[in-house]
Unconditional design. Structure first.
Length: 286
């Protein structure tokens, strides 16, 4: 039977070859302890191609010219895409109560530009949209905003664009916001919620590799969220990525990184601390 075709595992040699590719292309380190995880994720792909196992799949990638055709599938399968709504919730309180009032004072009536730079399946971008929509209903009537979500994985970006999530995934969203900004599936057995059209229209998702030398993104972004992806990068790569991201912030703009990435932004030129793992671009900085 077809499942029996895939018996061959992933050797250490092939794993290291694959890990070197991922680190060079995506920036993510894959230590040897991740070999079983990677083998499990690639097994279905090997099966789909009728190959006898993951080692044969890697051999086809690196020695038989399959890499060009399979590159995006490999990236999608190997990269980790953990995300939650209102993850590290204090950041969204600071966004609403500190960053936005400061930005609006300088920006006037122009729409706020926010970039979720490791968007995964979209939970962070839609959380930001909910927070800003609440501000538009309350203390900042008519607040306009545009949100860009980027990720290297095309697979997760498709999920983000559909904006349909299991009901339990939305449980961190406050009940009033959940009622206001989500729609329940017509079939209650599906137990799914979809983000309302007005928020979906405010968010655009695009593929972007943080390892590239330049980003096709506006250079007057007000807020950048790049959280819980830097921990997978070497220190020098963290620094380079953050400096590139900060180059897209306007003076006075804010950078949010993950709580586990406290030291990542410590040495950023032209940025000053503005909270726990939050930095603000100083006026006059390039």
């Amino acid at each position: 039977m077809l499942p029996d075709l895939v018996q061959e595992g992933l050797s250490e040699r092939r794993f290291r070859q694959l890990a070197s590719l991922i680190e060079a292309e995506v920036g993510i380190r894959l230590p040897l302890v991740k070999r079983t995880m990677v083998e499990g994720r690639l097994r279905k792909r090997a099966m789909a191609l009728g190959l006898p196992g993951v080692d044969s799949y890697c051999r086809a990638l690196f020695e038989e010219g399959l890499l060009d055709a399979e590159y995006q599938d490999v990236v999608d399968l190997v990269t980790t895409n953990k995300t939650d709504f209102f993850r590290e919730a204090d950041h969204f309180d600071i966004l609403a109560n500190t960053a936005v009032p400061v930005l609006l004072e300088a920006r006037g009536t122009r729409p706020l530009k926010v970039w979720s730079a490791a968007a995964s399946t979209g939970a962070e971008a839609y959380t930001i949209a909910m927070v800003l929509a609440e501000l538009a209903r309350g203390p900042h009537p008519g607040l306009a905003f545009r949100i860009l979500g980027t990720d290297i994985s095309t697979q997760v970006l498709e999920v983000a664009r559909r904006a349909i999530y299991p009901e339990e995934m939305l449980s961190p969203v406050p009940p009033e916001m959940r009622r206001r900004y989500t729609l329940r599936a017509l079939d209650p057995a599906r137990r799914e919620l979809r983000i309302v059209p007005e928020l979906r229209q405010a968010v655009v998702f695009r593929q972007l590799n943080l390892m590239t030398a330049s980003y096709p993104v506006d250079r007057d972004v007000d807020v950048v969220f790049c959280r819980n992806v830097l921990i997978y990068f070497e220190r020098s790569v963290q620094q380079a990525v953050l400096e590139r991201l900060c180059g897209h912030l306007r003076p006075g703009g804010f950078l949010f990184v993950g709580h586990a990435e406290t030291s990542a932004g410590a040495d950023l030129p032209g940025m000053r601390p503005a909270g726990s793992t939050i930095w603000q671009k100083v006026e006059g900085a390039a």
